[in-house]
Each structure stands twice: as C-alpha cells, then as structure tokens.
Design a protein around this ligand. Structure first.
Ligand SMILES: *Cc1c(COP(=O)(O)O)cnc(C)c1O
Length: 376
C-alpha cells in the first residue's frame, strides 16, 4: 500500500472550513418547520439567476433531472418532438446522453476537438440532418464550449441550445451568448446545473438547477418537477417529483458566496501545472487564462496511462479518469447509431485527471508537477 500524500479529492477538507455557516443554515431550515420549497429555495434560485444573468432559475433534484426537465419542457412547449435529433459531444459524461434518450430524442454523437476536449465546432455541419433541432453544448472539465462557429451554426439552422453546465458554474465565454450574456448556463436557451458534491460548488447530497432566458420554459420546468402541477392539486402535465431539497438549498446559499474564490483557487493550481509540467510522455490541456475555464478537472493526455497512473500512485499522487468509457461504449447505450468516433475513443484511452480542487495547495501542485516531470 502506498501512502496517499496528494489525494485526488478531499471533500471533508473542502467543506469543513464552512462548518459553522453550514450548521447555521441547516438549523434555520429545521427551525422553520417547512421542509419542501420555501425561502432558502427561492433565495437559491434568485442567486443563481443573478450569477448566470438570466431572468429565471428553478432549483431541482440533480443535474440529470435538470437536463431531463429542460428537454421534456421543450417537448411540452412544442419546440421539440420525439425523434428530433440533438447534437452532443461524444466524449461527454453519460448523463448528457441519458437525458436526451429519456426524452425520446435522438442523440447525435459528435467528435470533440483534441485541443479543447469539447465539441469540435468546426465540424458541426457534418452532423446536421433534416431532423436536427437542438445542440446540447457541454462545458466539459469546466471549459466553455461556445464560440463564433457554434453560435453561427445554431443561429443559421434555428436550433435550440441546451447547455450542460454541470462542470462549469462561474465560467465566462469571450463570445456573447444568444441573449448577449456571457456566463455559462445562460449562453443558450436553457442551462442545466449540477451541485453533486464533487462539482466546483457541491451540495452535501444531490442538487441541481435549470437556468433559462425563456420564462415560459421555466414555468413548465417548475410545474413538471412538482407532479406537473401549476398550483396545488391542479396537474396540467404528467409530471415528476424532482424538487430541490431546501436543506441543500440552504447549504448552497452558503457555498455560492464563495464561487469567485473557488474559481480563483482552481485557476492558481491550473496555471501552476501549466507553467511547471514538462514531460514528453504527457500532453497538458490547452491553457485558458481567466474564466474561459473554471478547471473542474485538470486533464492530461498520455499514451501510457496505466504506467503513468501506477507511477503517480507509487509517488503518493492519486489520479482519476474522466472518462474511460464514452457513452456509446456503455452497455446501456450500445444500441445508439453513430458515425465513427476515433477522436472520442483516443481521448477516452488517454485522459487522466490530476488533483485540482480546493484541498490542493500551490506547494502541492509544484510537488505534483515535479513528480510528473520525473516520469520516464
Ligand atoms: C455531474 C454531471 C451531470 C449529472 O449531474 P448529477 O447532479 O450528478 O445528476 C451531467 N452532466 C455532466 C457533464 C456532469 O458532469
């Protein structure tokens, strides 16, 4: 057994410094006697809408549900119908694809760029058919997936843009979104957020949200998440129970105050790696200064992943892989039709994530970089 000197993630170390504030927030929910909805939930929604610069945000149960609710709401609204195609990066986390399939829509798996590890926006026309109605842009690893090519593509073909912003809260595009705003989650028509504990802003359990420029869509999402009811005992849709837990909302109201600090801390570690890592076996991520990435993961690529990971582990550095199996190779999704995905598969074989969260100090990062540089 090797001693772990640099854990990949230490959530207790991330959350313990906020213990007093979190305890107070949770206690106030307990004392309120109201355990579904309420003040903390609306405060959370207002804060998220303000951060994202959208008119409406709805707290929901988790990130996957946020995506599912958006797509189903578009179907109820008549903007999408089952069988319509949604272009999505083939190297995304499986949840993006599950949401599309769940709504009866058809995911069209598109190759990412090897440089950005996001949708290759120069190749979008390849995936266009007469059934294309939407693009799900995923800001993978915290890096903004939005540029002039993508914006022109969706505008030219009148497509709906749903953002999977589970990994990129607080990121900022340098190209304006469809409504003239710049924050991820508000670049397209609707954005899904996850507050799963390991995300940049993590709850102490499951939580998610939908942010949108479309207030009618927000109202449908809100109703769908609450049995399809627009008011008490009045069900206008065949809905679900996908509500945000007010205890999680209260915790997130504490943690969202530290969003800027979270982004800055990750930027410091990422720029340290960017400056110091230098090894011929390892390709560093293209460095994006500022909020163009909020560094949810710092992802290296190497053709010798197994050996590299074993070497790091024997030197006390814990790593992880996001993701070794792309969605189209998962047993549940093996039925999906897709064009050849050699870049997606190459990426899946080579990516390795090194520690970048709040528990990593600059000294740790420099030591980790030195260990990486000695890999031969
Ligand atoms: C985490 C994540 C999700 C799902 O969010 P949950 O809250 O875990 O349901 C969706 N998409 C991406 C890209 C994610 O990283």
């Amino acid at each position: 057994m090797n001693i772990i000197r640099y854990p990949f993630l230490d959530l207790a170390a991330v959350n313990t410094p906020l213990m007093d504030r979190i305890e107070k927030a949770v206690a106030s929910v307990v004392r309120s006697g109201r355990y579904i909805g309420g003040k903390e939930c609306s405060r959370f929604e207002n804060t998220l809408a303000a951060i994202t610069k959208v008119p409406a945000a709805v707290g929901v149960s988790n990130g996957l549900d946020a995506l599912r609710l958006i797509l189903r709401a578009y179907i109820l609204k008549g903007d999408l119908k089952p069988g319509d195609e949604v272009i999505v990066a083939a190297n995304t986390y499986v949840a993006s694809v599950l949401a599309i399939v769940d709504a009866g829509l058809v995911p069209v798996l598109a190759e990412p760029s090897e440089q950005t590890l996001n949708l290759d926006t120069a190749r979008l026309e390849e995936y266009l058919t007469t059934k294309t109605r939407a693009v799900m842009t995923v800001h993978l690893y915290g890096r903004v997936c939005w540029d002039n090519d993508l914006r022109e593509f969706v505008t030219r073909h009148n497509l709906i843009v749903v953002e999977d912003n589970a990994q990129a809260i607080g990121a900022e595009s340098d190209v304006a979104g469809l409504y003239g705003t710049y924050m991820t989650g508000g670049l397209g028509h609707a954005g899904a957020f996850s507050f799963y504990p390991t995300k940049n802003i993590g709850a102490l359990g499951d939580a998610g949200a939908v942010a949108t420029h479309d207030t009618e869509l927000a109202a449908i999402v809100k109703a769908l998440a609450n049995y399809g009811a627009d008011r008490r005992y009045h069900n206008i849709y065949e809905g679900f129970n996908c509500r945000l837990d007010p205890i999680q909302a209260a915790i997130l109201n504490v943690k969202l105050r530290y969003l800027d600090k979270e982004c800055q801390a990750r930027e410091v570690i990422a720029s340290c790696y960017n400056r110091l890592i230098d090894n011929k076996h390892v390709v560093k991520p293209e460095f994006v200064a500022g909020r163009g990435s909020v560094w949810h993961q710092y992802v290296l690529m190497t053709a010798e992943r197994n050996r590299f990971r074993a070497y790091l582990e024997s030197n006390g550095v814990q790593t992880d892989v996001h993701y070794a199996t792309p969605p189209h190779c998962q047993p549940a999704l093996a039925h999906l039709a897709h064009s050849p995905l050699p870049i997606t598969e190459k990426i899946a074989d080579r990516v390795v994530s090194i520690p970048v969260a709040r528990h990593v100090s600059e000294t740790d990062a420099a030591e980790i970089a030195a260990i990486i540089n000695s890999f031969d």
